[in-house]
Design a protein around this ligand. Structure first.
Ligand code: BEZ
Length: 219
């Protein structure tokens, strides 16, 4: 993804949304945020995604994560579209704000432009981009999907869990990790340090190289 990427500070844009004007850094505050873009209002995959995200809003809230959608159409269109989203996904209430971006300035600055999609007047459209922003306003993780592939919200919750845990301890989460499973100790931690850092103990995997770098612990 050229342009804005992990490690970068999210631009402090003033955006228009279904909740009125939002200053992005104030919106994030001291917590975390997930900012996710959609190609356009009244499109099928987007309608399924926004409803599912609304169903997950409590899970994100419990983790101190605010949600912010981005779709290029105007606020009036978003408000009409929300009626369809809520009708399609029973039990969902779209309470998170959806940014309007008719000039495409937001998607350009947030690096969410789809190189292959244009609207009927030749203007850019967003891809299915998603940035997870930490309390320091820096991008901790980005995913980029094309318009034709809907995202998996279980995966977004899973990566938020991983990001939050690995920001507090010198650990990393292995392949297909799920909350509650063992984590690995970061390679920067020596065995001596690991004994103090992880009093619960850890298991070192015996590998052909005899290098002791794959160490699992419970947290
Ligand atoms: C959709 O949301 O379904 C969609 C939007 C743009 C292109 C293809 C699919």
């Amino acid at each position: 993804m050229p342009g804005l990427t992990i490690g970068d500070t999210i631009p402090d844009l003033l955006v228009d949304s279904t909740h009125g004007p939002i200053q992005i850094h104030d919106f994030i505050g001291d917590g975390w945020a997930v900012i996710f873009s959609h190609p356009a209002d009244f499109t099928p995959v987007c309608t399924t995604e926004l409803g599912k995200i609304a169903l997950y809003a409590e899970e994100f809230g419990e983790r101190g994560v605010k949600l912010l959608g981005v779709s290029c159409d105007d606020v009036v269109s978003h408000v009409e579209w929300i009626k369809d989203i809520e009708a399609y996904t029973p039990g969902c209430n779209v309470r998170y704000p959806i940014v309007a971006d008719p000039d495409r300035e937001v998607i350009r600055q947030l690096n969410m432009v789809d190189p292959d999609q244009k609207d009927s007047s030749g203007l850019e459209l967003p891809s299915r981009a998603l940035h997870v922003i930490g309390p320091d306003k820096r991008i901790k993780l980005s995913i980029l999907y094309p318009a034709t592939t809907g995202r998996n919200m279980d995966e977004v919750v899973r990566v938020v869990e991983s990001l939050q845990k690995t920001s507090k301890l010198k650990i990393a989460t292995p392949v297909n990790w799920k909350p509650g499973e063992k984590v690995v100790i970061s390679p920067s931690v020596s065995n001596e340090e690991a004994k103090g850092m992880f009093p619960q103990g850890y298991d070192t995997v015996d590998l052909p190289s005899k290098k002791e770098y794959l160490r699992f612990t419970n947290i």
